[in-house]
Design a protein around this ligand. Structure first.
Ligand code: UDX
Ligand code: UDX
Length: 460
């Protein structure tokens, strides 16, 4: 196998993971040619233009630094498979919507199609790297497909899950906590792993590159996301209790997080976690446990997702109860729609559920977001009582309430007096992210409803 002179890298799938990861590899490894392919021609054209298909701080500069030099984007999947020595597969693995495991299991049809395409078009020994998050033991299935032909070509399937978080992707890729690479414990498997490690070793210190077997690597990705989501659900569960008592979730978070065994991160109470990974990966884990008959383990993890749904519904219930038990006919500003700040991504954003529940109560919504309005429109195509306005001041006019859905830093600097003055009275603000100055808002005249803290109301 000619794995030690890998020079042509291919990535199949030019999404939130494939695009930024390959741009970083191209930037750090000038001795490699990196090509990213996708079946979506519009996406590929956007990667080559001044207006990238995704918003990520610092990504435009990173792409521009190597585009056309050693970073290429193309729709010609087959020709590029033929040239590649190492292929990262970063196609989407959504939750299955049909058949067995619907709603929980991963839909592996794109993955399998991609494996067959690699088999059909590879011209020499090739390393195939799972970059998409996949159920444990998927690599084994891929290996079987890749070796199902008569060809003499040898494939090694490795797992290399991506841990970047959106909004900080460039930073996370530049300085990762760890890079996880899993490979078969065979001589050729270990050689392939060496070739993969060699790429990352261009900028990641060796002690941060963790080598495991394939299954540990696959499971660790699901487990890491499950643990992170579990922390958010745990703090959110306590936020409900805080609202019933005189405890303050910010103080509780600080007190818990100061324990060095626990640590302060991912203890920020919110309207709920969103994003393409947390829910999907936990449900994958749940399905995996169920399929091995581990029902108690499955139920344990499923509760993390249930708590997240509860938190979103609880937020809407609080809005309705506080606004005199009806929002029908009331205009509500949805401030932020992205699932977190610094991204235009809205996949699984809590704003989707909140908007749906509010319109079911016959509220009229104005959605505002600096980057996510195009995606928001795609998420709510059926809702007629929703308008979109990027300018938060215009969006707030005549609204009865503001629901803060995303912690965009620019929202902390808004002129809330101006917003208050243009709104219907009494004016309410429901802070689903807990980043605003609640006392200052109260002093302006707002009735303020934070998560996990007592409300500041002029109405009592
Ligand atoms: C994806 C997976 O969803 C996630 O589980 C994994 O961890 C990383 O890869 P993301 O990059 O966010 O995450 O997905 P997305 O932005 O949807 O990108 C996937 C791309 O693959 C899309 O551009 C899609 O057009 C492309 N694709 C899909 C192909 O090129 N070929 C296919 O057969 C299917
Ligand atoms: C996550 C993982 O962090 C990353 O390692 C993995 O590769 C992909 O999934 P991402 O979904 O992009 O990344 O963002 P993340 O920062 O983890 O936030 C997920 C959600 O949790 C967001 O909606 C965020 O607002 C929410 N969150 C996070 C909280 O509500 N409270 C917190 O304390 C932290």
């Amino acid at each position: 196998m000619r794995v030690l002179d890998v020079k042509h890298i291919l990535c199949i799938g030019a999404g939130y993971v494939g695009g930024p990861t390959m741009a970083m590899i191209a930037n750090k490894c000038p001795d490699y040619q990196v090509t990213v392919v996708d079946i979506n021609a519009e996406r590929i054209a956007a990667w080559k233009s001044d207006s990238l298909p995704i918003f990520e701080p610092g990504l435009d500069k990173l792409v521009a630094s190597t585009l056309g030099k050693n970073l290429h984007f193309s729709t010609d999947v087959n020709a590029n498979i033929a040239k590649a020595d190492i292929i990262f597969v970063s196609v989407n693995t959504p939750t299955k919507t049909f058949g067995r495991g619907a709603g929980k299991a991963a839909d592996l049809q794109y993955w399998e199609k991609t494996a067959r395409q690699i088999l059909a078009h590879a011209t020499s020994d090739t390393i195939v790297v799972e970059k998409s998050t996949l159920p444990v033991r998927t690599a084994a299935a891929m290996e079987r497909i890749l070796h199902s032909g008569k060809s003499e070509i040898h494939f090694e399937v490795l797992s290399n899950p991506e841990f970047l978080a959106e909004g900080t992707a460039v930073e996370d890729l530049t300085n990762p906590d760890r890079v996880l690479v899993g490979g078969p414990e065979t001589p050729t498997g270990q050689k392939a792993l060496d070739a993969l490690v060699e790429i990352y070793a261009h900028w990641v210190p060796q002690d941060r590159i963790l080598r495991t077997n394939v299954w540990s690597s696959e499971l660790s990705k699901l487990a890491a996301n499950a643990f992170l989501a579990q922390r958010v659900s745990s703090i959110n569960s306590l936020s409900a209790l805080c609202e019933e008592t005189e405890a303050d979730i910010r103080e509780v978070s600080r007190a818990i997080g100061s324990d060095s065994r626990i640590g302060p991160k991912f203890l920020h109470a919110s309207v709920g976690f969103g994003g393409s990974c947390f829910k999907k990966d936990i449900l994958n884990l749940v399905y995996l446990c169920e399929s091995y008959g581990l029902h108690d383990v499955a139920a344990y993890w499923e509760q993390v997702v249930r708590m997240n749904n509860y938190q979103q519904s609880r937020f809407v219930a609080k809005m309705i109860a506080s606004m005199f038990n009806t929002v029908a006919g009331k205009r509500i500003l949805v401030l932020g729609f992205a699932f977190k700040a610094n991204t235009g991504d809205t996949r699984e954003s809590p704003a989707i559920q909140v908007c749906r529940e509010l319109t079911a109560e016959r509220a009229t919504l104005v959605v505002s977001d600096p980057k996510a309005i195009p995606n928001a429109k795609n998420d709510l195509p059926d809702l007629t009582d929703v308008t979109y306005e990027e300018d938060p001041y215009k969006a707030a006019e005549d609204c009865h309430a503001v629901a803060v859905m995303t912690e965009w830093p620019c929202y902390e600097k808004l002129d809330y007096q101006r917003i208050f003055d243009s709104m219907s009275k009494p004016a309410f603000i429901f802070d689903g992210r807990g980043r605003l100055d609640h006392q200052a808002l109260f002093e302006i005249g707002f009735n303020v409803y934070p998560i996990g803290r007592p409300p500041l109301s002029h109405l009592d």
